[in-house]
Design a protein around this ligand. Structure first.
Ligand code: FAD
Length: 398
């Protein structure tokens, strides 16, 4: 029988394995992961799981029975090298494993804080369940947590730590939180909400050093100011895990390069998820998305490709973030927008939508506690329907 091997057992890898069976792959499937856990959902790590409202068991993407029932073999190991000419992998266990088809679902890892003192105890990153296990131990009520980075993960972490009763400071290097991903109006909204929930947000705050004894005690800013910290969490973005692909001479460009069928530059190897960068015709450029829906979409297409069925990656990108009682849902990508239209009052309320337009076309929407605006936006953006600005600003009121 032919053997399909998937490297990386998370959202993309688990979906790819399941989709292979749906596409009638009759050969072996080996899903290799190095987290010593069944594939689990990552988004709750900074939300319910950090706030101790769920267990790792609740987060499992599929039960252990699912894998055995579908003949998906789970292997706990790190893949150290790919030998494309031999069709073989070297594993950390010392074994070699041959493949007929290979899928790279290696995801991403947190960018490290490049400042002196960043290796002190009490400094945490937040990517895996194991990371959150350590943070939960340190996060006792009344402690002072400093979060470096005012992106989605930083802000979700702030909300969860407030729920656990910690004092929380968020340090953001730019002039506003979520600067890289949203319009100023949306940043101002989240800034207001977090302050009202007791989070101390400092913008324009550049971390110069971390100081302490055996543990981190203080964060020193470029302004000279020091902020006391019992624990520090770094959320300054991720880097794709492309080392294996690069060492095997696959094309890499801020991620493993894939085409519309999720094929890498070696057509016997597919890639999907956070590790992959895809040239998206709609946006006219290569984009590496970091989201569960896109990992799932690419994985489904990759599985079809392995089975010789022509599917294409074309679903509209979308994303979500939960903070306090707020459910943010984002449809589309706002890159290159030249106008925003607001529906609702973000300076007063806890629900509104920010629509992003480019040359009068709706390209993205940030919908806060507005599920209907989100459904509407997804439809309009994916079908490229014409819009009426006046109607947009009213949409949520209907
Ligand atoms: P990953 O989840 O990164 O998994 C890759 C796996 O491969 C890892 O288990 C890794 O250890 C393993 N691996 C890597 N190299 C090897 C190797 N050589 N050998 C063996 N195994 C290997 N997305 C959303 O859409 N909504 C959200 O609200 C959201 N919130 C998030 C909150 C947090 C805290 C984090 C960290 C992410 C969040 N994301 C969210 C992003 C989402 O989790 C990722 O887009 C998704 O996990 C990507 O899945 P993946 O399978 O491509 O990669």
């Amino acid at each position: 029988a032919q053997r399909a091997v998937i490297i990386g057992a998370s959202h993309a890898g688990a979906q790819l394995a399941a989709s292979l069976r749906q596409e009638r792959w009759t050969g072996e499937i080996v899903l290799i992961g190095d987290e010593s856990a069944l594939p689990y959902q990552r988004p709750p790590l900074s939300k319910a799981y950090l706030a101790s409202k769920s267990t790792l068991k609740d987060l499992e993407i599929r039960s252990v029975e699912f894998y055995s029932k579908h003949g998906i073999q789970l292997l706990d190991a790190t893949v150290e090298a790919i030998d494309r000419s031999a069709g073989s992998l070297s594993l950390s266990t010392g074994d070699a494993l041959t493949y007929d088809k290979l899928a790279l679902c290696t995801g991403a890892r947190p960018r490290r804080l490049p400042t002196p003192g960043a290796d002190l105890a009490g400094v945490y990153y937040l990517r895996t369940a194991a990371d959150v296990g350590l943070i939960r131990k340190a996060a006792t009520p009344g402690r002072r947590a400093v979060i470096v980075g005012g992106g989605y993960i930083g802000l979700e972490t702030a909300a969860s730590l407030r729920a656990l009763g910690l004092e929380v400071t968020v340090l953001e290097a730019t002039e506003r939180v979520l600067e890289r991903v949203t319009a100023p109006e949306v940043s101002a909204f989240f800034d207001r909400i977090h302050r009202s929930e007791g989070v101390d947000i400092r913008t324009g705050a550049l971390v110069e050093a971390l100081t302490g004894d055996s543990r981190v005690r203080e964060v020193v800013l470029a302004s000279g100011e020091s902020i006391p910290a019992d624990l520090l969490i770094v959320g300054i973005g991720v880097e794709p895990n492309v080392d294996l692909a690069a060492a095997a001479d696959l094309a890499v460009d801020n991620g493993v390069v894939i085409d519309d069928h999720a094929r890498t530059s070696d057509h016997n190897i597919v890639a999907a998820g956070d590790c992959a960068s895809h040239d998206m015709a709609r946006y006219g450029r290569r984009i590496r998305l970091e989201s569960v829906p896109s990992a799932a979409e690419q994985a489904k297409v990759a599985a079809a490709t392995i089975c010789g069925k022509p599917k294409e990656i074309k679903a509209l990108p979308w994303f979500w973030s939960d903070q306090y009682d707020l459910k943010l849902q984002i449809a589309g990508l706002n890159t290159g927008y030249d106008e925003v239209v607001l529906s609702g009052n973000p300076t007063r309320d806890r629900d509104f939508t920010c629509y992003y337009l480019r040359s009068a076309e709706l390209i993205a929407a940030d919908c806060i506690n507005r599920p209907r605006d989100f459904m509407f936006s997804k439809r309009v953006i994916s079908q490229q329907l014409p819009i009426d600005r006046a109607e947009l600003s009213l949409a949520g009121a209907v």
